[in-house]
Design a protein around this ligand. Structure first.
Ligand code: IPE
Ligand code: IPE
Ligand code: MG
Length: 241
């Protein structure tokens, strides 16, 4: 029996967002360095992207590095940056061939130049793809994203390209990193933490939350299927009856 068989393909979440968490604890339990947990965690990203793609999920967002993660030791930050480059290098061909579009959420300017170059070429090479959006949140914070949108709206107000009365939810969403993509339907956080840690605050307004005690390096596609089955049992009322 697999949860895959229980999934109703006509009622899939359009946008799934994942707060990958628990890599460090996974490694610690095995007396391994935290960075080893990050490597294992990045293998799971590949598995979950594949499984989501095969189901027909339209948008998939991963929280890879937060605006708060700069507080970590430099060697751990370096390892995370290395893994991002490695992931893009090894997966880009497959991503391109499968018509997946990579988007970055967050400001990559403070990232090492090598990481920026790698990401920029991945953005260029997949910009015309349209089967699935693969969003990678890097140096991302939900509050930063909202402030950035406000500043850009302010600029456009000042130069006259928009009017005060033009500002509504639709317009605001065009100033977010996820412009053109719908809100999050299903937010998944493994590792037992019950918080959102500054992830996609605007986009998760009506998301269904799925928390799991499983650590991210152990989060297999079966866990994803289980989360989707749970999502499909929810009664989403959006404030109605
Ligand atoms: C991965 O898990 C999340 C990232 C910042 C990449 P953690 O590194 O936060 O693992 P824990 O929470 O310490 O176990
Ligand atoms: C959230 O995980 C950030 C990412 C997954 C990239 P953290 O491990 O940094 O979050 P906190 O510190 O537990 O809130
Ligand atoms: Mg953590």
């Amino acid at each position: 029996m697999t949860y895959r068989d229980e999934i109703d393909l006509n009622n899939l979440p359009k946008h799934i967002a994942i707060i990958m968490d628990g890599n460090g604890r996974w490694a610690k339990k095995r007396m391994l360095p935290r960075t080893y947990g990050h490597s294992k965690g990045s293998d799971r990203v590949i598995e979950i992207v594949e499984a989501s793609y095969n189901l027909g999920i339209k948008s998939l967002s991963f929280y890879a590095f937060s605006t708060e993660n700069w507080k970590r030791p430099q060697n751990e930050i370096n390892k995370l940056m290395e893994l991002i480059v490695y992931y893009v290098r090894t997966q880009l061909e497959k991503i391109k061939n499968n018509n997946i579009k990579i988007n970055v959420l967050g400001d990559i300017i403070p990232l090492p130049e090598l990481v920026q170059d790698e990401i920029n070429s991945a953005l260029d090479e997949t910009s015309c793809n349209n089967k699935m959006n693969l969003n990678i949140a890097l140096n991302y914070g939900g509050q930063d994203e909202i402030l950035r949108a406000c500043k850009n709206i302010g600029k456009d107000l000042l130069d006259g390209s928009i009017n005060l009365n033009d500002i509504n939810k639709n317009l605001f969403e065009n100033y977010l990193y996820t412009r053109g993509q719908g809100p999050i339907d299903l937010l998944i956080r493994p590792s037992g933490e019950l918080r959102v840690s500054n992830f996609m605050l605007w986009q998760m307004s009506y998301a269904e939350f799925y928390f799991s005690d499983i650590l991210w390096p152990d989060f297999s596609k079966e866990e994803l299927y289980k989360a989707i089955v749970s999502f499909q049992k929810r009664d989403r009322r959006f404030g109605g009856l």
